[in-house]
Design a protein around this ligand. Structure first.
Ligand code: ZN
Length: 201
């Protein structure tokens, strides 16, 4: 998806309609920061906003995803390309998520086995310490890798403006979280909230 091209296209079509960012945002019941973010190429409208946005701008979803008005002849081809792009993106996110879970499980098994070895098997003291250190290192590496994969899998949804975004690693690590939600600052509206994790758009 060419976010920058799509953003420029949204801005052009909005201006052609004589709307300000605020007026377009009000028509869609979202914040003007979200519109500004789209237009700067920093994010795509989420799927549920695409139709109302296109209706307001008098364009098709195919035009929107192509970042230009698609002529009749190319229409089918462009529509298929856009569909494939969206599907590929969603698939990659699912793969990352699955890898993250596998990575977590392997880490837990490895760390538990090392702890069992260190606790129950007769070993010289130095070897025992080495095994414990290895367990700690494995745990740290595993958790790090799982987090890295998860942060890249999918998006977080702002509870205030419904913007979808990928948090930075720093934000992600600091954020208080439950299984499906994480406390993050929304880059679109700037509010903090419990953002829902979504694997697909
Ligand atoms: Zn927001």
């Amino acid at each position: 998806m060419e976010q920058i091209k799509i953003g420029k296209f949204i801005a052009e079509e909005r201006k052609a309609k004589g709307l300000t960012q605020r007026q377009l945002a009000d028509a869609l019941s979202i914040s003007d920061k979200t519109v500004s973010k789209w237009e700067c190429g920093k994010g795509l409208p989420e799927v549920s906003l695409m139709l109302p946005l296109c209706e307001t701008l008098n364009i098709t979803v195919n035009d929107l995803l192509s970042g230009e008005r698609v002529c009749e002849v190319d229409y089918q081809k462009k529509a298929e390309e856009n569909m494939m792009d969206l599907m590929k993106e969603n698939q990659e996110n699912k793969k990352r998520m699955a890898l993250s879970v596998i990575c977590g499980v392997i880490t837990i098994i490895a760390v538990c086995s090392l702890i069992v070895i260190a606790s129950y098997i007769e070993l010289p003291v130095l070897t025992r310490i080495a095994v414990i250190l290895l367990a700690v290192a494995t745990a740290a590496a595993g958790i790090g890798a799982a987090a890295m994969l998860e942060v890249k899998a999918g998006y977080y949804e702002c509870p205030h403006c419904k913007a979808l975004f990928v948090p930075t690693m720093g934000e992600y690590v600091k954020g208080y979280h439950t299984l499906t939600k994480r406390k993050l600052t929304c880059p679109a509206c700037g509010k903090r909230g419990m953002c829902k994790h979504r694997i697909v758009r």
